[in-house]
Write a protein that binds this ligand. Structure first.
Ligand SMILES: Cc1cc2nc3c(=O)[nH]c(=O)nc-3n(C[C@H](O)[C@H](O)[C@H](O)COP(=O)(O)OP(=O)(O)OC[C@H]3O[C@@H](n4cnc5c(N)ncnc54)[C@H](O)[C@@H]3O)c2cc1C
Ligand code: SF4
Length: 473
């Protein structure tokens, strides 16, 4: 039988697309969803306190031991994400136009804004009234509470420090209010948005057939058309024909499937990047901390946007309320943690290829490192920025970490743009060459921005589904 649409993956990229597709279409529709991993119910995840090793795949294939984390299971990384949902800033979409560096997006903030609202509603995001990005109406949930260290930063930087918007509930609603235990990678009370708690019903819709343990391997092309997909279903190869295919397998696995299918787009797989970060561990002087109502509480934009972006990467500051205590009597809670997070620019020397490990084909992440632009941002923050942030605060001493091994945000391997010579998909996430094939997820980001990517990739999926429903159904 032939499906109208085959979707690959069941995490944010695919589920937001599927949600909008089902909502937009009144005509009969027949969607097949291929999910490579198993479905592990939330209760089972909590009971085991960790995801099985077979699922938690840390792909480490570079000398710097940079990690690319992908959880191959129903809901993908939505199971373990932390739920921080800032929007990107308007200038993040036009870095080259504004600062002469990096790459511009083929669409702007205003075009994506309606989809930001829709994605925030679907995730029931809790956030502040005053935001660093344009926002005309309140978040669905009230903001989380800052801790006393956050409040001291906010006093010093009243125009550039904000309560962090998050898909961790502030009040009881579709999910229970966050209790600030800070172990969000498996939230014990199911307070953060996941595909399992937010979108499970999509997959029982009569128009949708979900095939678990089914790995999409390669697409069959006929000229400029994608005709169908070969998949390993419980280890056995099967073929499924379709009018259209949407890949939502993430920035590592989408290119794996496309490369295996013989797609020779010049930029396919190239440019893998993500935000870089370091953490500052702060010993406070007489200030007791950890009164916040969730795990990660504040976002600082004091080093984010501005003329410096012509020279060095933007940096976002993220404050933590996860209680890590001090041993000294009377000072147990006099501690704070701040992460400095930097944007990166895609470089062709960082790319995905396919390798054969013990008879199994795998995606190989060839990663040589972040850009000089990002390094300049890191150097500035280490030499000057950290001190600028902390100099007037009640700080006894602090320690700056090495660069963190990952932000778990793989980006940029099927970049979007108007020119097929410099991009893989167009602004509607349709492949330039195969016009019935879409690539979803943060792999399409032309540049990274310091902001966490998932809200933006979810908004892009909603927009792509609108376009697809109008054009193709
Ligand atoms: C610990 C952690 C914390 C994070 N915290 C945040 C945060 O606070 N804020 C934020 O914005 N982002 C965060 N992220 C990143 C966020 O999780 C990702 O941006 C997001 O999950 C990407 O969604 P996706 O749908 O593109 O891909 P994924 O979530 O990676 O899902 C890919 C899906 O495709 C399936 N799949 C893969 N290959 C195949 C195949 N060949 N055939 C069939 N199915 C396949 C997988 O099983 C999975 O279902 C975090 C990530 C981690 C690991
Ligand atoms: S802080 Fe606690 S309740 Fe809130 S999302 Fe994290 S684990 Fe869940």
């Amino acid at each position: 039988m032939k499906y109208n649409v085959i979707l690959v993956g069941t995490s944010f990229a695919s589920s937001f697309f599927l949600h909008r597709l089902l909502q937009q279409t009144t005509k009969p529709l027949n969607v097949l969803v291929l999910e490579r991993g198993p479905l592990i119910p939330h209760g089972e995840q909590v009971q085991k306190r960790r995801l099985p090793d077979a699922i938690k795949q840390h792909l480490v294939f570079d000398e710097r031991k940079h990690r690319w984390i992908t959880n191959v299971m129903f809901g993908g990384n939505s199971n373990c994400w932390f739920g921080c949902t800032p929007r990107m800033l308007p200038n993040d979409f036009k870095l080259r136009q504004t600062y002469g560096v990096g790459y511009d997006w083929p669409l702007d903030y205003a075009t994506l804004e309606p989809y930001y609202y829709a994605a925030e509603d679907l995730m029931s995001v809790a956030g502040p009234d005053i935001t660093p990005f344009p926002k005309a109406r309140p978040y669905p949930q009230p903001p989380h509470l800052l801790n006393d260290f956050d409040k001291a930063i906010a006093q010093q930087f009243p125009d550039s420090f904000f309560v962090l918007p998050t898909a961790r509930a502030r009040v009881n609603g579709p999910r229970p209010a966050c209790c600030a235990s800070g172990v969000c990678s498996i939230c014990p009370i199911d307070s953060k948005f996941t595909v399992l708690n937010g979108f499970r019903d999509l997959y029982t819709d009569p128009r949708v057939t979900l095939k678990m343990n089914s790995q999409a391997v390669r697409i069959k092309f006929n000229g400029a058309q994608a005709e169908g997909i070969y998949a390993l279903c419980d280890g056995k190869e099967e073929y499924f024909a379709a009018d259209a295919i949407a890949l939502g397998a993430n920035a590592v696995y989408n290119p794996q499937i496309l490369l295996k299918s013989g797609d020779t787009s010049p930029l396919l797989g190239k440019g893998i990047n993500e935000q870089m970060s370091f953490t500052v561990d702060i010993f406070l002087d007489g200030l007791n901390n950890y009164q916040g109502s969730t795990s990660l509480t504040g976002h600082g934009y004091m080093f984010y946007d501005g003329a410096h972006r012509a020279e060095r990467a933007a940096c976002m500051v993220e404050t933590s309320n996860i209680p890590i205590l001090r041993p000294e009597l009377g000072k147990w809670t006099q501690r704070g943690r701040v992460k400095f997070i930097f944007e990166d620019i895609p470089q062709d020397k960082n790319f995905i290829s396919i390798t054969n490990l013990n008879g199994t084909e795998k995606a190989l992440v060839n990663y040589q490192g972040h850009s000089d632009y990002t390094q300049k941002g890191i150097d500035f923050a280490r030499d000057t920025g950290v001190n600028q942030l902390l100099q007037n605060l009640p700080v006894e001493r602090y320690h700056i970490s090495e660069l963190n091994k990952t932000e778990a945000h793989a980006l940029g391997t099927q970049r979007m743009g108007d020119d097929p010579a410099t991009s893989v998909v167009d602004r509607n996430l349709v492949h330039h060459r195969y016009r019935n094939l879409l690539c979803l997820g943060s792999g399409v980001f032309p540049s990274s921005a310091p902001a966490n990517p998932t809200l933006t990739l979810s908004a892009l999926s909603l927009r792509a589904a609108d376009f697809f429903a109008q054009e193709a159904l």
